[in-house]
Design a protein around this ligand. Structure first.
Ligand SMILES: Nc1ncnc2c1ncn2[C@@H]1O[C@H](COP(=O)(O)OP(=O)(O)OP(=O)(O)O)[C@@H](O)[C@H]1O
Ligand code: SF4
Ligand SMILES: [Mg+2]
Length: 378
């Protein structure tokens, strides 16, 4: 199985009008194999979208490339001219569905025009009729009837708009698709449909590998093979979706998994141990462990030096000064000592969506997609 995307030591930054440098992607490395999907989780402002934009190799102000390598389908793209990237990489090798893309469709143009634009920009040489036929075929895969092509964005429901954006973005069969919070603006049933369709696109081979970004960890569990957690521009933990959700090692990932809002009967909006505080300001590269200010296990040494990633088995690593055994011991003590919140059983398997590749043993119940900002304990 080949590697579709390989990112090595990638660092990118924003340059503000005040000439400040905000390093939102800091020395990030990962690989994405053919046929696989990788989820990226992390709080708001951790650099998920910046990473997504950065791996396309197409930079424009205020985002800048500093160093690192990006190999898409065997081709190193960081040394390519932006025009070459635009015409030969974007859309065909890698496609990005930005956050809130569905609201960015120009309301005064028919949907078919967007498809024609993409085809023209890539010099496919297809006639209008051929483009229409191709569009009808692809739209059908995303459960969109042909008449959508003659409609305007305002005439479509949220779910249809989202699917239209996906259809347009993947019309050139990109090797890698990056979906940035593709479903957060939708109601739960539309979210499920979008997830199912993204998976269908991959299973049918229109997309070979996928990066999926969301705050919703249960969604990642249902959609992706592996998950990386980002914090303050760095990858702080990675592993299989199952390991990351049920058995996180690093304190931040642990906090992130514990702070999932459980929308179950009687517990709606109930936050399980939210992480106090906020991520650090990236205008100054934080010293020591970037999570130290908020970590309940922080020790004197955590506030200085750098914290390297530690291996924890095949494809598994985490960034913390403590060993896995030390961390597990601390978690055990914490759980024994403070049974403050009763354990609420929840599942990360949605009966309707099913689970992509990880058979689940933990038979608990969870329904995704009703996250509320700032919810408090009841
Ligand atoms: N255009 C910009 N100019 C300067 N700084 C920016 C810009 N866009 C993002 N940033 C900063 O980069 C950091 C990472 O932002 P990014 O949007 O990548 O986070 P995110 O993880 O995608 O967050 P969210 O979950 O809210 O989408 C943040 O500190 C943010 O303030
Ligand atoms: S290095 Fe220290 S502060 Fe950082 S996560 Fe580990 S224990 Fe917490
Ligand atoms: Mg984002």
């Amino acid at each position: 199985m080949g590697v579709m995307l390989e990112v090595k030591n990638l660092t990118t930054y924003y340059k503000t009008r005040m000439n400040e440098k905000i390093c939102s992607v800091d020395n990030v490395s990962f690989t994405l194999e053919d046929g696989k999907s990788l989820g990226i989780a992390g709080e708001s402002g951790c650099g998920k979208s910046t990473l997504a934009m950065s791996v396309m190799g197409y930079y424009f102000p205020p985002l800048n490339y500093e160093e690192g390598s990006i190999i898409i389908d065997g081709r190193e793209i960081t040394s390519l001219d932006p025009d070459i990237i635009r015409t030969t990489v974007l859309g065909t090798k890698i496609a990005y569905i930005p956050q809130a893309a569905m609201n960015a469709l120009n309301p005064t143009r028919k949907i078919i025009r967007f498809v024609e634009d993409v085809m023209k920009a890539h010099g496919t040489g297809l006639s209008r009729q051929e483009i229409r036929l191709l569009a009808e075929e692809r739209f059908a895969i995303l459960n969109l009837p042909p008449k959508v092509l003659d409609q305007y964005a305002v005439e479509l429901s949220g779910g249809m708009k989202q699917r239209t954006v996906i259809a347009i973005s993947t019309i050139l069969s990109p090797k890698v698709l990056i979906a940035d919070e593709p479903s957060s603006a939708l109601d739960v049933s539309s979210q499920k449909i979008v997830i199912k369709l993204l998976r269908d696109l991959m299973e049918k081979g229109f997309v070979r590998a996928m990066l999926f970004i969301t705050h919703e960890l249960p969604l990642l569990y249902n959609v992706t093979d592996d998950i990386m957690v980002m914090y303050a521009g760095e990858i702080v933990e990675r592993g299989s979706a199952k390991e990351m959700v049920f058995d996180p090692i690093m304190p931040y990932s642990k906090g992130l998994m514990n702070s999932i809002i459980v929308p179950e009967e009687g517990t709606r909006g109930h936050v399980l141990q939210a992480i106090p505080g906020a991520p650090p300001n990236l205008k100054k590269r934080p010293v020591g462990c970037r999570f130290a200010e908020r970590c309940q296990y922080a020790q004197a040494g955590c506030h200085s030096g750098t914290v390297e990633e530690q291996e924890a088995g095949k494809g598994r690593s985490y960034r913390c000064r403590l060993s896995e055994a030390e961390l597990r011991e601390l978690y055990k003590k914490m759980e024994e000592g403070a049974k403050k919140f009763p354990l609420i059983s929840h599942t990360f398997v949605d009966e309707e969506i099913g689970n992509l590749k990880n058979p689940i043993e933990q038979k608990t119940k969870f329904s995704a997609g009703t996250k509320k900002e700032g919810a408090v304990d009841e």
